[in-house]
Design a protein. Structure first.
Length: 309
């Protein structure tokens, strides 16, 4: 949840112009700047043996480095195998980020999915807010098997979403943060399934659901491991953003524990709750991703004079 000084409202869904945006499509053997220049990467020399090697996809892949704000404005772009120091703004439909690692250099969000960008996917990736980012992810879409850490909020959801098999942990920020693994300040059609979410702080929550900006409906929190915060899970209907449909909000079959004050805080709300069991210690993510190999000879940066559309 946000600072006690008041929640900064999410930006308008149509506020960002596409006029100067460039898209990037990054596949296993090529990097293409849409509307700008093209760079083909067929192979690079191994710096130790001199042998030619070819970039390969996920887990242990060679990563192309990118510094700055990566603004994606071309529909159907697929971005993979990149190390990004900066942030990503998604403005187009059907964009997929896969096997990317992002070190945030943005105070607002490392990944910002604009309201006009439908069907976004973030898959098998890592985001580190580095203790300077409000939300590692701000937006909506599908978020699958990601490792998310180092931000005040892991994922701030602004629309319909599937959040599955992610590891959210290590929440931190400067100032007066209110920490949430997943934050929903109003929303519908949201599924939070089979995640491991650890809030090591004594506030606010592993999962926060409230009606600050709009109502809540059709939300499922199921089969997660949730640990820490003031209360582990909130459903707070005390705001004026809209009605809360209790019958369509389900908190079921989770492992829950470690809340400083308790497991659940239901304020003016009565969600459907059953099948949840105690979690007595902070869980660790069992599966670890292999360290990537940096493809530094093919590094690119936002200062390259790329043309806008």
């Amino acid at each position: 949840m946000n600072s006690s000084l008041g929640k900064p409202r999410t930006q308008n869904r149509t506020e960002t112009s596409r006029a100067f945006a460039t898209g990037l499509i990054c596949k296993a053997r090529r990097v293409i700047w849409v509307g700008a220049a093209s760079l083909m990467i067929n192979s690079i020399p191994d710096l130790l043996t001199g042998e030619e090697i070819v970039p390969s996809p996920p887990n242990g892949a060679l990563l192309t480095e990118y510094n700055g704000t990566l603004r994606l404005s071309e529909d159907n772009a697929v971005i993979s195998d990149m190390l990004i120091t900066g942030d990503v703004i998604v403005e187009a439909d059907n964009v997929t980020l896969k096997n990317v690692k992002i070190f945030s250099a943005n105070e607002f969000a490392a990944v910002h999915v604009m309201g006009s960008a439908d069907n976004f996917k973030l898959i098998d990736s890592e985001i580190d807010g580095r203790g300077r980012t409000h939300s590692a992810i701000n937006g909506f879409g599908a978020f699958l098997r990601n490792d998310i850490k180092g931000a005040e909020n892991g994922i701030n959801i602004t629309g319909p979403a599937l959040i599955k098999d992610n590891y959210i942990h290590g929440l931190r920020n400067v100032g007066e943060p209110h920490y949430d693994g997943i934050q929903v300040d109003g929303g519908r059609d949201i599924r939070i399934i089979s995640n491991t979410i650890v809030n090591e702080n004594t506030q606010t929550a592993a999962v926060m659901l409230d009606n600050y900006f709009s109502g809540l409906s059709n939300i499922t929190v199921e089969n997660n491991r949730l640990f820490g915060g003031g209360y582990v899970l909130y459903v707070d209907a005390s705001f004026d953003g809209g009605p809360v449909d209790n019958a369509s909000i389900r908190v079921i079959n989770n492992q829950v524990g470690g809340g400083y004050y308790g497991n659940f805080a239901f304020t003016k709300s009565k969600p459907v709750v059953y099948g949840n069991v105690a979690l007595n210690a902070a869980p660790q993510k069992v599966q670890k991703r292999r360290s990537p190999i940096l493809m530094s000879p093919c590094a690119v940066s936002c200062g390259s004079g790329l043309m806008g559309r």
